[in-house]
Ligand binder design. Structure first.
Ligand SMILES: Nc1ncnc2c1ncn2[C@@H]1O[C@H](COP(=O)(O)OP(=O)(O)OP(=O)(O)O)[C@@H](O)[C@H]1O
Ligand SMILES: [Mg+2]
Length: 320
């Protein structure tokens, strides 16, 4: 349960010189967050829309939960799949609460259950219900509208989420905070997510694996680390900016570079990082504070030390 399989999936729109999606075969595991990355027009949206049957493939097969999706009625299928698009797609004449309630109403949930669900979801996406429930979409910022869009997509508790550049139209700072929300939600909810992006940093931050597409085909499907260190062809290397060492540091955890604490260690007032942070975070703290070394904390307790030299050695090691 929870997996998606594409088997030789092709979609040719009439009058196009090449298929929009061409012989795509891959397996997405349950609970995985896969980012679909590639240049404009490479077929990302088309691939996504075949999963909830907004488009039908010309040939090939898509299975979810091991079942061919053409055997499910589209309405039944879409209840299993939350869908979030770039412009949030909220109904402008409905309040936030009414927007979130669309799917529960379709499912004919009793009203108290629907109302409780609205509050639960608005809390989850960090929009306090008593403040936001009765607003209209026009009374929200772009980032808040996207949060409501995500709450609405989650309302029927789908096992799958399709997200088509949900943060594409949002400023960089808000986008980072929404990405953090997605990471947190994913740890909490464990949905299977297909997330379309053409932002490389977003893909590297969010993806358990990244499906790189070009001209309708899969070019490479692998973890961020493997894509950066073992690109299958120059296209992938260039797309990911794999020469960018700072980007690579973002993929390496602090504990890959830290040294253990010397005996009789006194923490003093050193700036600190957590073991779960990455070396890019650590580097930026060192650069910002000018501190010669950072203490590394786990559950608030110092467990190691990190200097600029350790970070540099680690980066050199990763590029061997
Ligand atoms: N409904 C349609 N009818 C005909 N051609 C289409 C249709 N939808 C998409 N296409 C074509 O299929 C190709 C893939 O389009 P798609 O929207 O999947 O690209 P994309 O990777 O999502 O691009 P973007 O990053 O710009 O959103 C494009 O060449 C596009 O012109
Ligand atoms: Mg698109």
């Amino acid at each position: 349960m929870g997996n998606i399989q594409f088997n030789q999936v092709t979609l040719e729109f009439p009058g196009m010189s090449r298929p929009a999606v061409n012989q795509v075969t891959c397996d997405i595991a349950a609970g995985e967050l896969v980012v679909i990355l590639g240049p404009s027009g490479c077929g990302k949206t088309t691939l996504l829309k075949m999963v909830n049957r907004l488009y039908e493939p010309t040939s090939g097969q898509i299975c979810i939960d091991g079942q061919d999706i053409t055997r499910l009625r589209p309405t039944k299928l879409r209840q299993k799949i939350g869908y979030v698009i770039q412009q949030s797609g909220l109904f402008p004449h409905m309040t936030v609460a009414e927007n979130v309630a669309v799917v529960p109403k379709l499912l004919r949930w009793p009203n108290p259950r629907t109302q409780a669900r609205i509050d639960e979801l608005l809390d989850l996406v960090k929009l306090p219900p008593n403040e936001y429930r009765d607003r209209y979409p026009a009374q929200l910022s772009g980032g808040q509208q996207q949060r409501v869009g995500i709450a609405r997509a989650l309302a029927g508790d789908p096992d799958y989420m399709l997200m088509d550049e949900p943060f594409g139209a949002i400023d960089a700072i808000t986008r980072t905070s929404l990405q953090n929300e997605i990471i947190r939600l994913q740890q909490q909810l464990k949905k299977t997510i297909l997330f379309v992006s053409h932002d490389v940093d977003e893909a590297l931050r969010l993806g358990d694996r990244i499906l790189v597409m070009n001209a309708g085909r899969i070019v490479q499907f692998d973890t961020p680390f493997n894509l950066l260190t073992q690109p299958s062809e120059p296209f992938v290397h260039e797309l990911l900016g794999a020469d960018d060492m700072v980007r690579q540091l973002g993929l390496l955890p602090v504990n890959s570079a830290m040294i253990s604490l010397p005996e009789h260690y006194q923490n003093g007032n050193k700036p600190s990082v957590e073991t779960a942070d990455n070396l890019r975070d650590a580097l930026s703290i060192i650069l910002r504070t000018g501190a010669p070394e950072l203490s590394v904390l786990e559950d608030g307790e110092p467990v190691g030390l990190l200097t600029l030299d350790h970070i540099r050695n680690c980066a050199v090691e990763a590029n061997r």
